[in-house]
Structure formats: C-alpha cells, structure tokens
Design a protein around this ligand. Structure first.
Ligand SMILES: Nc1ncnc2c1ncn2[C@@H]1O[C@H](COP(=O)(O)OP(=O)(O)OP(=O)(O)O)[C@@H](O)[C@H]1O
Ligand SMILES: [Mg+2]
Length: 232
C-alpha cells in the first residue's frame, strides 16, 4: 500500500496552452511528473521551456487545460477557486526571483505579514516568525528594512516568509537570479535545509549551477521525454 503525505505532489498528463490564435502555444504537453517529500528538485531547462508555468500549475495558481495536479493524493484542478485559494494558503509556500518584499517593513514584519494575510493571529506567529528568520541565519537582521539588507539577505527573508506557515510544499522560482554569486551557494544550501528531514516537498526552477548542485534531483524540461533523472 502506498502511504501518501500531504506533501506528495504529482502532475498527471498535464497540458497547458498559453495564448490564442496565432500566438497559441502548448507549453506543457501531457506532462507526467512526481516530486518526493524530503527532496529538493531542481527544474532546469532553457528560457521559455515552461519552468515557471509548471510551478504555477503545481501551486494551484494556474489551471491546466487538461490533466490532474495531485496534492496529497487529491486532484486540485477541479476544485472551486475558493478551495484552490485555501489549498494555496494552507499547503503551499512560494518564493520568487525578486523576493517582492514590502517596502518599509522590517524583516520580522515581512514574515509576520504573510501569516496575517493568511488569517492567522499575529500574536501566535511571533515565535514562528523569529524562528523562521533564525533558520535562514537572519535573527540579527530582524529589525532591518529591505533597503538595509543585501540582495542575498532579502532573498533569505523571502525564504523565511515562504516557510513560516510550515507549508507541505515549497515552490521557488529562480531564487538566486538577482543574488551575488557569493550568496547563491548559501541560499541554495538553505533551500536544501528547508526540505530535508522535514517531510516537505520542494521544487526550484533555476538556471544556477549552485542551486542544481544543492538539489537531490534534477528535472530537465528539455529532456522530459527521457523522464526524471534521480541524482546518482
Ligand atoms: N500568459 C502567457 N500568455 C502567453 N504565453 C505565455 C504566457 N506565460 C508564458 N507564456 C509563454 O510560455 C512559455 C513558457 O514560459 P515560462 O515562463 O514557463 O518559461 P520558463 O522556463 O520559466 O522561462 P525562464 O527561464 O525565462 O523563466 C514561453 O514561451 C512564454 O512566452
Ligand atoms: Mg521562469
């Protein structure tokens, strides 16, 4: 018998078509993929190969034209928009290329704000937010605002924010694209730490060899016909 956890993520025969008329493009074509809890998967492939699209589908931000997106064994594609919003809030953490920190808020408040937006009481979140910042090595920067942080530190705040509600699934899009090379390996290692031994599933779209190096598994969008390649 297969035991599923809430962190199991699988795409079954997923097709995504962007645009209409002459601009109509099939971006993902009957894609089958599964991601394992406790493993960091790097999604690689040329620009335009569909990495961000795949993350959007996996994160219930974009409904595919056809196919199933199984989160903890449940297909989230046919759910109502309201239910999909609940799934996003309760089970998925997102982190994007530029962090999108809110101007004027301290690092601690950035992390607290996401919980607040998701309907949690701020009082109960303070310890979790402080712990999330500490887990990314930024306890000493809790009172700093974005303009007082380096690019790498800003991305670590964004990671703490993505993790504070303990999502089962973490989806990350090009986290090191705007980060100094010297910070990229550290950020990549933190992504690994956020996943391994925590039963969480994480997928990171990247062009960065430092992130690929830190991953347990690599999925190459350009070679998907060949299937998934576990790291030897
Ligand atoms: N909303 C949209 N409407 C039409 N086409 C789109 C839309 N979003 C993405 N595309 C197209 O879908 C394809 C895949 O885009 P996607 O952003 O997923 O690629 P990517 O692998 O993330 O690329 P990059 O490495 O540059 O981030 C591209 O050809 C893109 O132009
Ligand atoms: Mg992209």
């Amino acid at each position: 018998m297969t035991v599923r956890t809430t962190a199991d993520l699988a795409l079954e025969s997923v097709t995504v078509v962007h645009g209409t008329g002459a601009a109509r493009t099939t971006v993902l074509d009957s894609l089958d993929l599964s991601f394992s809890p406790g493993r960091l998967t790097a999604l690689v492939g040329p620009s335009g190969s569909g990495k961000s699209t795949l993350l959007a589908v996996a994160g219930a931000l974009l409904r595919p034209a056809s196919g199933r997106v199984l989160l903890g064994g449940e297909d989230v594609v046919p759910l109502s928009d309201a239910r999909r919003a609940c799934v996003r809030r309760e089970r998925i953490g997102y982190m994007f290329q530029s962090g999108n920190l809110l101007p004027g808020l301290t690092a601690l408040d950035q992390v607290l704000a996401i919980g607040h937006l998701n309907g949690r009481r701020v009082s109960g979140l303070r310890d979790a937010a402080a712990a999330a910042l500490e887990s990314v090595g930024l306890a000493h920067r809790a009172g700093h605002r974005p303009e007082q942080l380096s690019g790498g530190e800003r991305q670590r705040v964004a990671l703490a924010r993505a993790l504070v509600l303990e999502p089962a699934v973490l989806l990350v899009d090009e986290p090191t694209a705007a980060v100094d090379r010297s910070q990229a390996a550290g950020l990549a290692a933190l992504l690994g730490d956020a996943v391994r031994g925590r039963g969480r599933t994480a997928v990171v779209a990247t062009h960065d060899p430092a992130v690929v190096e830190a991953a347990d598994e690599v999925v190459d969008m350009a070679a998907l016909a060949g299937g998934q390649r576990p790291r030897p």
